[in-house]
Design a protein around this ligand. Structure first.
Ligand code: G1P
Ligand code: ZN
Length: 543
């Protein structure tokens, strides 16, 4: 085997964000850009000599080239074994499962999640640790440090590898096992949910539409819903993963999955709708003429999880990201279990799940999952809803209204201001940050501030501290305004404004959230000045 040691120099800006390193695809295509980062991963985790890793991605443009490069670098760095999805494909949840199933030393996932794909769009790479979850900050910091001092990378100089045939091949001393990306994951789902009950539901004419958005979940969804659960052929649309996602923006929310939304709101629309994102870890759940906000989805799942065989014994606890609504907290309280609040990003749930403090976790950003793996899991959430529908015999709309009648409704919305000039965004953010200490007691557009702070997290399991995790302004009526800067964008800065207000009056539970939250939206404008200071008339995306 011919290994070459290529001299290289540090490349600026290779700091992993909320979820790995994401850049424009053309940036990743620059000489040594990918190689430097992969070598930094290997060195940052103490080398890969003798180790086993999982490798795969969501199939976006450059996935195929990157897989070849990473395999050749792994061989040159003396890895023992790489388990890779056929054609280099793996959804993020399936990769997390394979890491755990084969007890590997971790894995590399190629994805920029819900960001569009293609040569002019986004690419990404992230390292997951041996527990199957996104690398914690200690590891991403170590990787980043390597990117700043790197002087060489190692690569095997061989020909192209055929990724299309399932089975084992060797390069040098390293074994490559090419596996079917779907089967093991689908088998895992069968152990968690009541497939026979869901099969009965479909056999009785229950109509579902799943929009795979030309991304990775198409083959998984077709196997699970159509082949194993008997949903009608054609239930899964945009089923074939494409390198540019067919030009779609594979982010399952009402803005980007509007075709699905429109269909579900037709008079004779399907009973149930769902979509997933580029790499399969996000989900949106819809009923006939009903939209389920991710925060509500988490709360409903917490309240009904014992319907599913894998969760019969109950949940050890629940956890949510700070900006996610407190709806799940009220369920946890009723169940007598703990509810944890962590910073944004799935990596913060890992310790809580490993320590069995939380079995169900969720983020307002269409992320829901459990301790069956260590990533959020789009299809898992969809199956959980199907299981709940099959077990209760109720429609999504009825499940939601019953939930609100019992626990109250946390009206919730997120307003995203995208591609804001970075300096202007930072100035606006800092301006609010600087005012936090003096806000308590002040009247802002008719609302009185009870407390205001910058969120920091003290991990109860390993004692690590994460500071600077978003600004919170809480009003005397417990309504809440949160402001964060996105850590996943690739163009300018994205400011995220999160709004939440609880309503207990049974007659006021079916308002449009934008109307219910109007006073809070006005107060946020007074505080931050998206319009007055940044010249933004309205948010780019409302969820
Ligand atoms: C966004 C979401 C966050 C999620 C992350 C990765 O991060 O807000 O909840 O974990 O994508 O999917 P952000 O861009 O806000 O940093
Ligand atoms: Zn994703």
């Amino acid at each position: 085997m011919s290994i070459s040691i290529e001299p290289t120099l540090p490349i600026a800006g290779q700091k992993p964000g909320t979820s790995g390193l994401r850049k424009k695809t053309r940036v990743f295509m620059k000489p040594a850009y990918l190689e430097n980062f992969v070598q930094a991963i290997f060195d940052g985790i103490g080398g890969v000599k003798g180790k086993t890793l999982v490798l795969g991605g969501d199939g976006r443009f450059y996935n195929d080239v990157a897989v070849q490069t990473i395999l050749r670098m792994a061989a040159a760095n003396e890895a023992a074994h790489i388990i890779v999805g056929q054609n280099g494909l793996l959804s993020t949840p399936a990769a997390s499962h394979l890491i755990r199933q084969h007890q590997t030393d971790g894995g590399i996932i190629l994805s920029a999640s819900h960001n569009p794909g293609g040569i002019e769009e986004d690419f990404g790479i992230k390292f997951n640790a041996a527990n199957g979850g996104p690398a914690p900050e200690a590891i991403t910091d170590a990787i980043y440090a390597q990117t700043q001092s790197i002087s060489r990378y190692k690569i095997w100089q061989g020909g192209a590898l055929d990724m299309s045939q399932i089975g084992d091949t060797d390069i040098g001393d390293m074994r490559i096992s090419i596996v079917d990306p779907v089967t093991d994951y689908a088998d895992l789902m069968e152990t968690l949910f009541d497939f026979p009950a869901i099969r009965v539901l479909f056999s009785e004419g229950f109509r579902m539409r799943f929009d795979a958005m030309c991304a990775i979940t198409g083959p998984y969804a077709a196997e699970i819903f159509e082949n194993r659960l008997g949903a009608a052929k054609g239930t899964v649309e945009n089923e074939t993963p494409l390198p540019d996602f067919g030009g779609m923006h594979p982010d399952p929310n009402p803005t980007w999955a509007h075709a699905l939304m429109d269909e579900l709101f037709l008079d004779d629309g399907p009973d149930f709708g769902a979509a997933s994102d580029g790499d399969g870890d996000r989900n949106m759940v819809l009923g006939h003429q009903a939209y389920v906000s991710p925060s509500d989805s988490l709360a409903v799942i917490a309240a009904n999880a014992t319907c599913a065989p894998g969760y019969k014994a109950g949940l050890s606890g629940v956890a949510r990201s700070m900006p996610t609504s407190a709806a799940v907290d009220h369920v946890a309280q009723a169940l007598g279990i703990n509810s944890y609040e962590v910073p944004t990003g799935w990596k913060f749930f890992g310790n809580l799940m490993d320590d069995n403090r939380a079995a169900l976790c969720g983020e307002e950003s269409f992320g829901t999952g459990s301790n069956h793996i260590r990533e959020k899991d789009g299809l898992w959430a969809v199956l959980m809803w199907l299981n709940i529908i099959a077990a209760t015999g109720q429609s999504v709309k009825d499940i939601l209204s019953a939930h609100w009648q019992t626990y109250g409704r946390n009206y919730y919305s997120r307003h995203d201001y995208e591609a804001v000039d970075t300096d202007a965004a930072e100035t606006a953010y800092q301006a609010l940050r600087d005012r936090l200490d003096g806000l308590a007691g002040q009247n802002i557009a008719g609302l009185t501030v009870k407390s205001a702070d910058e969120f920091r997290y003290d991990d109860p399991v390993d004692g690590s501290v994460s500071t600077g995790q978003g600004l919170r302004v809480i009003c005397t009526n417990d309504a809440r305004i949160v402001l964060r800067m996105s850590g996943t964008g690739t163009t300018g800065a994205t400011l995220r404004l999160y709004l939440e207000q609880r309503e207990m009056d049974p007659d006021k539970l079916s308002q449009d959230p934008q109307i219910a939250l109007a006073p809070l939206i006005a107060a946020a404008e007074t505080l931050i000045g998206f319009h007055a200071q940044l010249g933004r008339v309205k948010p780019d995306v409302i969820t």
